[in-house]
Write a new protein. Structure first.
Length: 268
């Protein structure tokens, strides 16, 4: 007879309950239930319960715990299919936590003789992580390989999207910052923010005019003490602002291309 688990459930019932909680999106409940399964497990559910527990942790954003239980699941299973799934899930956990290099390292554990579906998935995920690292040539290479499994006729369209990424080099934050020192507002205009450019030009320009007015009426010492600190403050603010806005514009454009790329790939 199977042991009873707390409220009269058998191990089988507890596992089914945990699985249903995961499927329903009740991830916190799933975590508790899978821990209970593992506590009473007699060896029948260990590898799968560890894997499902890791997925539950991943869904609530606890990626370190997810990786811990994925490693444990990998260690106790000899099922090649499950091992492949564990590698993908661990790679996803690294990707979601921003550890793109580690995600790539995990994906390199997919064997060369893996199933066609797993090789295709590996190229897709590697393309994503290389993209996030801004290794665009490597990312394009992986997505091209992915398309050979789906529709190689669409590779030209893929190349076009990656060509757009080369234009990101146009957004040079240091150049924008330098421009804003020479002509206030020019760096913001370069970054594509005309409103910010006008504000910076008028603000700094007004202090420059005030500088000459005060200098003409009073001494240079008075001018330096009253106007120059404010002028320096706004010049420096414009310098930093131009650099920040250029970085933001670059990131926005990168995200736009990334979303377009994923939409395109998902249709294949």
């Amino acid at each position: 007879m199977l042991p009873l688990l707390g409220w009269g459930q058998s191990l089988d019932q507890c596992y089914q309950h945990a699985s249903s909680q995961l499927q329903l999106g009740n991830y916190e409940n799933a975590v508790s239930a899978f821990h209970r399964v593992l506590y009473f497990d007699d060896g029948r559910y260990s590898s799968d319960a560890l894997f499902q527990l890791a997925k539950s942790y991943q869904m609530i954003g606890e990626y370190e715990k997810a990786r811990k239980f994925l490693d444990q699941s990998y260690a106790v299973t000899d099922n090649d299919s499950l091992r492949a799934e564990i590698i993908f899930e661990k790679s996803i956990a690294f990707t979601l936590s921003g550890n793109f290099y580690f995600a790539l390292m995990e994906l390199m554990n997919i064997p060369d003789d893996a199933t066609t579906e797993n090789r295709k998935r590996a190229h897709f995920h590697m393309g994503i992580n290389y993209f996030q690292l801004e290794s665009f040539d490597a990312s394009k290479k992986e997505f091209r390989k992915y398309l050979t499994f789906t529709d190689s006729s669409m590779i030209d369209s893929l190349d076009y999207l990656f060509d757009q990424l080369r234009k990101l080099k146009r957004y040079r934050p240091n150049l924008a910052a330098g421009m804003s020192l020479v002509v206030p507002g020019s760096g913001q205009l370069y970054a594509g923010y005309p409103g910010e450019a006008l504000n910076s030009f008028l603000l700094v320009g007004s202090f420059e005019v005030l500088f000459f007015v005060v200098a003409a009426r009073y001494s240079l010492l008075d001018t330096y003490l009253t106007i120059v600190p404010w002028l320096q403050r706004y010049l420096y603010g414009g310098f930093k602002g131009a650099k920040r806005l250029t970085l933001e514009r670059r990131a926005e454009r990168k995200d736009e291309i990334y979303r377009e790329l994923l939409q395109y790939i998902s249709r294949q």
